[in-house]
Structures are given as structure tokens and as C-alpha cells.
Design a binder for this molecule. Structure first.
Ligand code: NAP
Length: 267
């Protein structure tokens, strides 16, 4: 994005705050960011902590912005956009399950819409975001969107029909990873470690292993075989994970998540 672009947020909740942090850390001046938000308490929090402008009129916000990030819950989006006409601005929606076509219908024929699926690690600038283009969004709109979400982690572009798969892998993924960390920590406690030590070791192991994989760009199986020495402890544990259906359980969980995402998208 261009740092001088006037960026507005409709909805100033958790995800909006994560993106605001990323934009400010990336050098976007606070004076170019405005949030429209009904809660006076949230408006106070955002303006005090980040020095950005806050208002309570979504129509006014859009008139003043080059770029509008739709960050309200999916169930309130038509209500939130009722006074808004989308002729000149780029609209980036982070709302789970709301299709570009539905947003274009509410904003009118001219609206340029891009839809993204971020995840909660964006709160610590380590999010994984997939981006899909609406009917009238341009290549430039896609690069602006990527630049924004690269400030809160990494991003990729997919076809809109693949956003359900993205929800299954990275949108809901933090919950699976946290369940794994919790189970690993439980196992450490079972074998005598304190909870704090076990959780710290488990979390850092996930974080460090992910970093190793991303930095080496190796296939996971290559790095895994480097840990598992012949006749050793790791290969014994891997055998038990396979016996207990660890991989199948993961794939089955993503299957039901994708199916649920498709079902919610039809409503
Ligand atoms: N959290 C995630 O992991 C995640 C991941 C991917 C996508 N998303 C999507 O991100 C969006 C925001 O999620 P979130 O976790 O940030 O939710 P959130 O914390 O509830 O934020 C939504 C904010 O929008 C405000 N709002 C409600 N009605 C409004 C209106 N008419 N006009 C302007 N603002 C309004 C809410 O204010 P009140 O509290 O006063 O109602 C709230 O502050 C959702 O659509 C979600 O699907 C979230």
C-alpha cells in the first residue's frame, strides 16, 4: 500500500487492532488511519493507545477513505454497510464466510472488493493470510492488500473458492496447534515437569520447528528424518503417533472444518 493512502476500518475489534498495529509498525502515519466503531470504550482505547482517529459513522468513514477494511462480524455486515456506497474506494473484507459477491451486492455495481482470511497470530504480527479477488478488484488492489497483510505476517493469493480450504488449514489452524501444545505440555507434566516449564518447552518447540521449516524450505519429511536416528527415541514415538492415527485425525478435522465453512457460507 502507499503510506499516504487514507485507510478506514469498519469495526475496531481484535482483528482490526492487529492490522492497525502492523500498519503503524510498517511506517504508516497514525494520521492516515481512522476507525468507525459503535463502542465508545473501544474508540477511546484505540485513539489513546495508537493515536488514530475514531468516529461512529460508517458512511462518513468511507467517504474519507481510499481503502476500507471491513472488520465487523459477518452477521452485522449488511447493517454496517447500509449507508455506504462503494464507488471509489477499495474494500478489503476480513469477514469469515461472506462472499465477494454478497459484499458487491450491498456496495453496488462499481465496488472493488478483495476478500481475505487472516488468522489470530496476526495479533503478534505472525499471521498467515490468504487473499482472493472480487469481480472488479484490479492487480494493483491485490498488491495493496498483500502489502498490508505482509505487515502482520505473510500472505498468499488464492481463488475465492479455495478460501474454505484456507479456513480449514490456517484460519482455524491455531486452535489445532494449541491443542497439540496443550497435549504435549500435559505429557511433560505426566512425566514430572512443572506446567510452566512443560508449556514453555512445547510452545518453543512448535515455534522453532515452524521457523526451521520456513527458513530451510525443506519438505517436512526431510527435517523429520534428521530428528529420528536409527533405533532411537523419536522413531519409536513416530511409530506410536501413526498407530494412534495422528495424521488421519488431523486430516479428518480439516475435512469437517472445510465442510462447516462451506455450509456457513451458504447461509
Ligand atoms: N478472530 C479471528 O481469528 C478471525 C480470523 C479470520 C477472520 N476473522 C473475521 O474478522 C472479523 C472481526 O473479528 P474480530 O475477532 O476482530 O471481532 P470483534 O473483536 O467482535 O470486532 C468487531 C467489532 O466491530 C464492531 N461493530 C459491530 N457493529 C458495527 C457496526 N455496525 N459498524 C461498525 N462497527 C461495528 C464491534 O463493536 P461492538 O463490540 O460494540 O459490537 C466490534 O468492536 C469477523 O468478521 C471475523 O469473521 C476473525
Amino acid at each position: 500500500m502507499h503510506k499516504e493512502m487514507k485507510t478506514g476500518f469498519i469495526g475496531g475489534g481484535n482483528m482490526a487492532e492487529a492490522i492497525i498495529k502492523g500498519l503503524l509498525a510498517g511506517g504508516v502515519p497514525a494520521a492516515n488511519l481512522t476507525v468507525s466503531e459503535p463502542s465508545e470504550q473501544r474508540r477511546g482505547h484505540l485513539s489513546e493507545r495508537y493515536g488514530i482517529r475514531t468516529i461512529s459513522d460508517n458512511g462518513e468513514l468511507c467517504r474519507q477513505s481510499d481503502l476500507v477494511i471491513l472488520a465487523v462480524k459477518p452477521q452485522v455486515f449488511s447493517q454496517a454497510l447500509k449507508d455506504v456506497q462503494g464507488s471509489n474506494q477499495l474494500y478489503i473484507s476480513i469477514m469469515a464466510g461472506v462472499k465477494c459477491a454478497a459484499i458487491e451486492e450491498v456496495l453496488g455495481a462499481e465496488a472493488r472488493v478483495v476478500r481475505v482470511m487472516p488468522n489470530t497470530p496476526a495479533l503478534v504480527l505472525e499471521g498467515a493470510t490468504a487473499i482472493a479477488r472480487g469481480t472488479r478488484a484490479t492487480d494493483d488492489d491485490l498488491s495493496i492488500t498483500r502489502r498490508i497483510f505482509d505487515l502482520v505476517g505473510t500472505s498468499c493469493v488464492v481463488e475465492e473458492k479455495l478460501l474454505d480450504a484456507v479456513t480449514g488449514v490456517s484460519g482455524s489452524g491455531p486452535a489445532y496447534v494449541l491443542t497439540f501444545i496443550e497435549a504435549l505440555s500435559d505429557a511433560g507434566v505426566k512425566h514430572g515437569l512443572t506446567r510452566d516449564v512443560a508449556t514453555a518447552l512445547a510452545a518453543q518447540t512448535v515455534y522453532g520447528t515452524a521457523k526451521l521449516l520456513l527458513e530451510t524450505r525443506e519438505h517436512p519429511a526431510v527435517l523429520k528424518s534428521q530428528v529420528a536416528s536409527p533405533g532411537g527415541t523419536t522413531i519409536a514415538a513416530m511409530h506410536q503417533l501413526d498407530r494412534d492415527g495422528f495424521r488421519a485425525a488431523t486430516i479428518n478435522a480439516v475435512d469437517v472444518c472445510v465442510a462447516r465453512s462451506m455450509e456457513l457460507g451458504k447461509k
